[in-house]
Design a protein around this ligand. Structure first.
Ligand code: SAM
Length: 214
């Protein structure tokens, strides 16, 4: 795993990074239920068909590694060293030479403009400290013909669900570094992406798939 040269993070980013380092050991256990019921099938459906040059943002413990096509050339980045160490273990087990891991902040990507055919995120933009900055960087490194594919949980349009998400947010953010009330769809639009697919996946409209182009 190549370590980033630019690892000077601001205070908020360093705080979230520290939380992920703290939970890295337990992350896969926390996620067991969601993985079994939903996430596994979404990873399989949306990630396995992709080919070309792919950048995965916030690869975490590497849960998508098994699903990448061996013909794809994949770079997985994450700002948490401990999450990446878990991903490295999965990568060695999977024996996939087409995947490279790097420690990097999505808000300061070290790639040249127009580099990737796809950028993939799964459950990441709930915790990126400055989501607009991160999305702008993604837009910069995507090729003009490239696609952004995001499996994310966002703030519901349903009043009761939104109330629950807003109420629990502080606690969840404190423990996990995750915001459960982000309007990620609006953020995608605000940076100038065009959403070509917006699909409700589970919990009414909380878990969503977005496909977007520049
Ligand atoms: C909830 S986990 C999801 C992990 C993985 N994508 C999955 O599907 O299980 C969010 C991940 O995003 C990473 N992350 C959050 N903000 C980031 C940033 N600014 N730059 C890079 N990685 C970030 C965290 O370290 C963490 O590994």
């Amino acid at each position: 795993m190549k370590k980033s040269r630019k690892n000077c993070l601001d205070e908020e980013t360093a705080k979230i990074q520290k939380r992920y380092n703290r939970i890295a050991k337990f992350y896969d256990i926390f996620e067991l239920f969601g993985e079994k019921v939903w996430f596994y099938k979404w990873r399989k459906k949306f990630i396995s068909p992709l080919k070309g040059k792919i950048l995965e943002i916030g690869i975490g413990t590497g849960k998508n590694i098994d699903f990448y096509n061996r013909e794809a050339i994949v770079t997985g980045i994450d700002f948490s060293k401990d999450m990446l160490n878990k991903a490295q273990e999965k990568l060695e087990k999977a024996q996939k030479k087409n995947i490279t891991l790097k420690q990097m902040d999505v808000e300061n990507l070290e790639f040249t403009d127009n580099s990737f055919d796809y950028v993939v995120t799964s459950f990441v933009f709930c915790s990126v400290p400055k989501p607009i900055k991160g999305l702008k960087e993604i837009k910069r490194v995507l090729k003009p013909t490239g696609k952004l594919i995001m499996i994310e949980h966002i703030l519901s349009k349903n009043t009761i669900l939104a109330f629950i998400e807003n109420t629990l947010n502080l606690l969840v953010k404190y423990i996990m570094g995750v915001n459960i009330n982000r309007d990620t769809k609006q953020n995608i639009i605000d940076v100038g992406f065009i959403i070509v697919e917006d699909k409700n996946l589970a919990l009414v409209d909380i878990f969503r798939l977005f496909r977007a182009k520049k």
